[in-house]
Every structure is written in structure tokens, then in C-alpha cells.
Design a protein around this ligand. Structure first.
Ligand code: NDP
Length: 337
């Protein structure tokens, strides 16, 4: 019997050429290789987003060699919904390719109400990893992060909980995010003593926010810990989309996001100058912003977001030109350092 379904929905078969173009970098001194560009699911994968678009972005990513998907318990909105959607799409598209994927999630920001819903207690971390695995329909994640430091829980408690999550087989590797350099040093010591595979730090890094260059990046290089740079486009500001105003479908124009048009306006003069430098290099601003990060010492992977498959493809072009002349670097430094 023929059915009259006009969707033209195709069962997914990944591209045979998926490993032909992207570079894979060793994460610190670990055995893990991560793609130089990875995909984050903070935005565009929640309950208010279109599942078909989310599926197309994930398929495009994997087809182009992006093996690393980054989630967190509270990605959505609402919190948890990005993991739920990822779980659905994983079952329908990627289950057969589980061993080709490196999936991360995190816990530490506010997730549920009451005294155990955030930060770094053993109680929070154990509950949260169980919830995440259930939402994503996975037996284990490849990487589990403590999402932010906890000013009150002793680091030892957090470190032991992270160790136990690995020992229970719920995560293969451990990462930290948003920690300051001295806290990273201390955690490195604690985790090393217990032989916990702590391999990566996730930190905000872009041409508009270079603060990790002061101490975090040198500390990670010294400790042989990988670094994955989040918000490399400063949430979309390092593109040409805001140069002539705030488009209605952009992150800065939407509710339920963490970028407002006032911030965009403040940064516009620098954005315009950077746009000119990119043009002279024969690149778009978003390409240059990612290329520049790929050029930095100590960066294992650049963790991008995308609201469409096309943006993702555009961003992957960054890896075609990652060499900067001294003059180009000086002009960028003058504007951003
Ligand atoms: P980016 O800085 O890459 O911003 C992504 C956004 O920029 C897109 O959603 C899109 O927004 C816009 N954009 C992307 N490519 C283009 C393009 N080629 N042309 C025009 N606009 C473009 O990263 P995110 O801020 O999304 O962060 C990436 C990931 O980092 C997150 O998903 C998450 O995994 C991680 N992260 C971790 C944090 C932590 O505390 N550890 C905190 C924040 C992020 P638009 O909707 O306007 O199209």
C-alpha cells in the first residue's frame, strides 16, 4: 500500500566521507581525540525549538566529522529538554554509531528546587548524572563535567563524587567548567591522586572575552589538561548578523536567552572593526573568530552553537584557514586585548 506522506523524511545514514576533513586533537595527555570543532546543545535543542531542525543540525554535524556533542542537565529551555530531545534524536539517528560519539553532560548549575538541586555536593552530582542518563536514554556519557565551582562544598567531596561516577561506569572521563585557575590546580591534584581521568576544562573564550589567557590557559597547558572553548562567537555577536541591527530570529531578539540587544550595541564598534580584518583575510567574521581560536595554543576544540545546518557548515569553513600573520594578530590584539 502506498501512503500519502509528503514529508520526504529520510532514515539517516551518515556520510561515508565524514572523517575526511576535520582535524582531531589530543585532549591534554589523555587517549582521547576530540574534533577541532564540536557542537553544543545549549540553545536550539529545547522544547520550544523545532525537533526537525535540531535533527538536521545533528546529522549535518556528524556527517562532517563532529563526533563530540556537549549537553548539560539544564539545557533547554525548559531545563532538561535538550537532553530529552537529544535522547529521542539519538535513538532515531545515532544509536548504531554510539562508539563513534563522544557525548558530554554537566551538573552544577540550578536544576531542580530544594537544597540538592545545584552546586557540587555528592548528593547533587549523583542524582543529576542519573537523571541525565535517563533523559538521554544512555547507559553512560563519555564526559561528565562539574559545571561550576561550589563555594561551600569542600573540593574533596566533589572530587570523590566525580571519581565514583566514573567507577560506577556512568561516565568515562571527567571535566570541569567555569573553575578559576587555583581551583583547577587543586582539583587536578585531588583527581590525579585518585587516578580519575580528568582530561578537560570548558571555559568561555572568544575574541570578545580573552580572560582565560591570563591564568586558566597557562595552568591547563602546565597540567596537560585539554581546553574546550565555549561561546566562540560570543553567542553570535562575532558574525555579521548584528552589523545592521538585531534580526528578529536572532538569539539577541528572542526571549528565554542570555544575550540582549544592549550588549550587542555596546560591542558593535569592535565587531565592525573585526569584520573589516576578516574581510581582508578573505574570511567571514564567524570564520575568523573560530580560526583565531583554532590557532591558539592549548585549545583542544572549539565548541560552537548553531541554529541551522547552514550555520554549522559555514562555521566549519573556519578550519580551512587557521594561519594568522603577525600584522593580523596585532590588529586583533589592539581591538580585543
Ligand atoms: P556560539 O558563540 O558559537 O554562538 C552560537 C550562536 O551564534 C548560534 O546559536 C547562532 O545564534 C549564532 N551563529 C552561529 N553560527 C553562525 C553563523 N555562521 N552566522 C550567523 N550566526 C551564527 O556558541 P554558544 O554561545 O551557543 O555556546 C556553544 C556551546 O558552548 C553551548 O551549546 C554549550 O554546549 C557550551 N556552553 C557552555 C557553558 C558553560 O558554562 N560551560 C556556557 C555557555 C555555553 P542565532 O540564534 O542568533 O542564529
Amino acid at each position: 500500500m502506498k501512503i500519502n506522506d509528503k514529508s520526504n523524511y529520510q532514515i539517516y545514514t551518515p556520510s561515508n566521507t565524514r572523517y575526511n576533513n576535520l582535524k582531531y586533537n589530543r585532549c591534554g595527555k589523555s587517549g582521547v581525540l576530540l574534533p577541532s570543532i564540536s557542537l553544543g546543545l545549549w540553545h536550539n535543542f529545547g522544547k520550544y525549538d523545532m525537533l526537525a531542525n535540531a535533527e538536521a543540525i545533528l546529522r549535518t554535524a556528524f556527517d562532517n566529522g563532529i563526533t563530540h556533542f556537549d549537553l548539560a542537565n539544564n539545557y533547554g529551555p525548559p531545563y532538561g529538554s535538550a537532553e530529552i530531545n537529544f535522547g529521542i534524536l539519538y535513538q532515531q539517528n545515532f544509536k548504531a554509531y554510539r562508539d563513534e560519539l563522544f557525548i558530554a553532560t554537566k551538573a552544577g548549575y540550578d536544576m531542580w528546587t530544594g537544597p540538592y538541586g545545584n552546586y557540587g555536593s555528592r548528593k547533587h552530582l549523583m542524582a543529576s548524572i542519573n537523571q541525565s542518563l535517563q533523559r538521554m536514554n544512555l547507559d553512560y556519557v563519555d564526559l561528565f563535567y562539574h559545571h561550576r565551582p561550589d563555594p561551600e562544598t569542600p573540593l574533596e567531596e566533589t572530587a570523590v563524587a566525580l571519581r565514583d561516577i566514573v567507577l560506577q561506569g556512568k561516565a568515562l572521563y571527567i571535566g570541569l567548567s567555569n573553575y578559576k585557575a587555583p581551583q583547577i590546580e587543586e582539583m587536578t591534584m585531588l583527581l590525579k591522586e585518585m587516578k580519575v581521568p580528568f582530561i578537560i576544562d570548558q571555559a568561555r573564550y572568544s575574541m570578545l572575552d580573552r580572560s582565560i589567557e591570563n591564568d586558566i590557559l597557562p595552568c591547563l597547558i602546565k597540567q596537560n589538561i585539554g581546553c574546550i572553548a565555549f561561546s566562540p562567537l560570543a553567542q553570535g555577536m562575532l558574525t555579521d548578523k548584528y552589523i545592521n541591527g538585531v534580526p528578529s530570529n536572532s538569539r539577541a531578539a528572542k526571549n528565554k536567552t542570555y544575550l540582549d540587544s544592549k550588549t550587542v550595541q555596546e560591542k558593535l564598534p569592535i565587531i565592525r572593526e573585526l569584520h573589516n580584518i576578516a574581510q581582508k583575510r578573505g574570511q567571514k567574521l564567524h570564520e575568523m573568530a573560530i580560526s583565531w581560536l583554532l590557532f591558539q595554543k592549548g585549545i583542544t576544540s572549539v565548541l560552537i552553537g548553531a541554529s541551522s545546518p547552514n550555520q554549522l557548515i559555514e562555521n566549519l569553513k573556519a578550519s580551512e584557514n587557521t594561519i594568522f600573520s603577525i600584522e593580523e594578530l596585532n590588529s586583533i590584539n589592539k581591538l580585543t586585548k
